[in-house]
Design a protein around this ligand. Sequence first.
Ligand code: AG3
Length: 276
Amino acid sequence: MELWFTEKQTPNVGITCKITRTLHTETTPFQELAVIETLQFGRMLVLDGMVQTTVVDEFVYHEMIAHVALNTHPNPEKVMVIGGGDGGTIREIVKHPKVKKAVLVEIDERVIEVSKQYLPEIAVALMGNPKVEVRVEDGIKHVKEHKGEYDVIIIDSTEPVGPAVELFSEDFYKNVYESLKDDGIMVAQTESPFFNRDIIKNSFTRIGKNFPITRLYFATVPTYPSGVWTFTLGSKKYDPLAVKKEDIFVDPSNKYYNAEVHFGAFMLPNFIAEII
Ligand code: AG3
């Protein structure tokens, strides 16, 4: 018997993976959570039917959502991740030598616990790393209550459906702006340039209303819709393109991000550039 998992990415296209077994399923107070064992991509974390990360390709997204901003800021000591309960983004953040504290603010404790159990290579930094503080809280509330506190804030959200809708709103970006120090930087995952052009356009405009420097960059993530994924960076002071190449920190374990990719990711193909 063959077992297959399909995510319907749009009403007209999907990704289908042959699986060996379902390791875990549950309905949390926030969403449906599953971990499945795929043959092509290894273990896969699925929320509400949508692929969040897989052991084989997670490095692209997690390195790219973390290191670009960390290397744009000259001293990223205090960093927060909103969402990202699987821990992949936090794992990348704590690689950076200047980071003293990395705070994970995840609303769904079950994502954290299940990731620790079934995806330990991704969640490793959530298991006793002294630089890491894990808070099971609503990120929307957290940014309202912590002003001028962070050097870098990374929004590692799910798709803008259900509870994550507000994480793409102008109000939220304004609160993120205020939660940052005077020279702070934010990054948000902003979806596919093939399938979600409106989301990219709207996020870019909304982030740009608050942040004087707003830039779009991209990376290739095979298990996400269309395989091409964007990130939007908002910065109060530092421009990611003005960074000196020799100052870029590249951890030897990186598989995607390096000093060339730091700049190359901002070199947009026409069909992406014209969205913004
Ligand atoms: N967050 C973005 C995943 C979006 C994928 N969308 C989809 N499969 N339709 C990933 C969180 C990883 N830390």
